[in-house]
Ligand binder design. Sequence first.
Ligand code: ASP
Length: 312
Amino acid sequence: MAKFGLAVHGGAGVIRKDELTAEQESEYRRSLAAALEVGQKILSAGGPALDAVEASVSVLEDDPLFNAGRGSVFTHEGKIEMDAAIMDGKNLKAGAVAAVRNVKNPIRLARAVMERSPHVFLIGDGAARFAEDIGIELCDNTYFYTDRRWNELEKAIEAGKVTLDHSSLDPRIGQKKPMGTVGAVALDMAGRLAAATSTGGMTNKQYGRVGDTPIIGAGTYADDVCAVSCTGHGEFFIRAVAAYDLAARIRFAGKPITDAAAEAINRVGSFGGEGGLIAVDSAGNMSMPFNTEGMYRGFITSESGPIVEIYR
Ligand code: ASP
């Protein structure tokens, strides 16, 4: 019988058991399980991995708990600017958007870039014009406003720092070092792989900062050997070309996915980068390494799950 597999993440970072109430923890677990369920329905019915990752990521974008879509963090100017990418491993098609505003589900816009434009990557105002032209759902600023994110921005401005989500104080730099992107990777029953990642980026980011999430090969990648979605300090994942690094270890060095994934995260960590990733290979094997204290994550396959985990 053909296999399928799906993994999701809701960001990696300083996530400690004593920092989450039982209620908060179950909210995160419920949301990750809901994202898995939506994707699993598509995959178990024989649907494409691409549809599954888009649907799972959309569920997490709609949930204010996560730093993507509705729950995105604020820029220095008090705006929401989101990045997202999706990739279809069967044909190496990809779509990405950066610094988009007022788009309810940036992952849907990324998919539209892939399927309805001749391009791979659209940014800012141009991406917004494309979204309007093709009728992607837009929301006004109030949809994205959450007290939690606004308070985080005020604190970050006060400290004069750019911060990631799920942060706590990093003694080395005296600032919060959190992370909180969402992502999904899937293998479908026809053997196709796909990856999708979406983020609000970093609190208090300035000057049009873009992280690894929408950069194909850095935060998001899929081909015929594996699909990868990363989360963490984007600047490091960009420099390590982390998602493609993992895929290359499988393709060219013949590594099993668990080794390739561990090596890719270790490489990011070797020069100071913090974060994690989820990956699935063409046989449905999965790996979800991280070098932070926790990563919101879960998976389901044709044989097992759903399993949702938060801590190490
Ligand atoms: N990787 C994302 C970025 O740097 C942040 C995250 O994963 O939380 O924009």
